[in-house]
Design a protein around this ligand. Sequence first.
Ligand code: SAM
Ligand code: SF4
Ligand code: F3S
Length: 418
Amino acid sequence: MKYFIITFGCQMNISDSERIASILEEAGHKQADNPESADLIVINSCSVRQSAIDRTFGALNKFKNKKIVLAGCILESDKKKFKDKAQFWNPADYFEKLPRRESQFTAYVPIMTGCNNFCSYCVVPYTRGREKSRPAKEIITEVESLAKRGFKEIFLLGQNVNSYASKFPISNFQFPIKSQISNSKKEKDLNFAGLIKLINQIPGEFWLNFISSHPKDMSDELIETAAKSSKMISYIHLPVQAGDNKILKAMNRRYAVAHYKKLVKKIRQAFTKYKPQIPVTISTDIIVGFPGETKKQFQNTLKLAREMKFDMIYIAQYSPRKGTAAAKMKDDVPQFEKKRRAVALDKALKKTAFANNKKYIGKEAEVLVDKISNGFAFGKTQTFKNVKFPAGNFKPGDLAKVKIIGAKAFNLRGETIK
Ligand code: SAM
Ligand code: SF4
Ligand code: F3S
């Protein structure tokens, strides 16, 4: 059979889709070039907002004449609606499967799944279940293999990587470590900072990063480790969700604005100490129009965004999700007002992001090329900034030395250095 996987949602789903593809290939199926020519459609769904799950309904209708399998994050209440239209992918343990990677140079490596935090607006603990960390040996073996195969960029994935917890042998191992792990009996607790330290020692030239972090679990040890580790790029994604203490409490985020500000200060200080060439990039997630959010409370979020000088904000308009704690609260911020707040926040973001990017002009940067299009190369710096420059002979996966000659809020223009 020919299959096609449609993926909605976050990097976790992108990563899961690569493992689903490998399971299908193992069973003898072949990937189709497009959904139209496939016999089997796998829809890897997201439920984070109503609009996300609506896309699954849309795809289901569009391909109703084909065999459809639904995977990913789906609420039980929605599963009932899909029941007659599709089969469900049995929640296999994808971790043990070797993925069929889409890219030859960027790899997503899941280190945990699920979430125990129960932020009041969020479906993830219901769709992905409780937090489960992947054994360190498995992660390290996978990263070692990626490094050997020449992968250039590795993202460690989890809903809250900061609470990663595993065990690891304490012997003075050397890489490759596979055989040594199996021989060692003594094990000790390994937290996320410890995992980064181990991965940082794996031979190979690759950039390392992780998503997502939770501000309540971001320790000083982790900040120091991230800044100090030579392979870690200068980029931290730290979702704040709101800049008002009452709203943060109603969201069950379990930190206050002051704590978040302190974290950002520590992150900037640590990265300036160890990677002083260019300021660390900081991005965040913010929800506007959470139940009960007043104009004044939104102003507090706006103020925080300006103060933090974010490089990127993934802005979401609140969408009630069945079964979550917030769904019991009145969704009382009208749609037009949510939109207005999103636009205002975006305007503030563009200003801070542009001011940050202007600092790059005249500087040199190493860029990992993602794609080539219309004579231009598009790629990312070690600070996760998008750069466009003349393609020359570059191809995806190459590292290019570039001088930055222009800046916009969300991208830089460069010229290659001979
Ligand atoms: N675990 C990450 C964290 O703690 O921030 C993010 C996980 S969530 C899948 C991704 C983003 O979706 C969240 O950061 C939040 O901004 C947004 N989001 C989650 N639930 C939402 C909802 N009900 N309405 C609007 N946005 C939502
Ligand atoms: Fe959702 Fe909160 Fe868990 Fe992130 S930390 S996945 S927002 S419940
Ligand atoms: Fe990701 Fe959506 Fe699930 S954001 S974890 S795919 S609900």
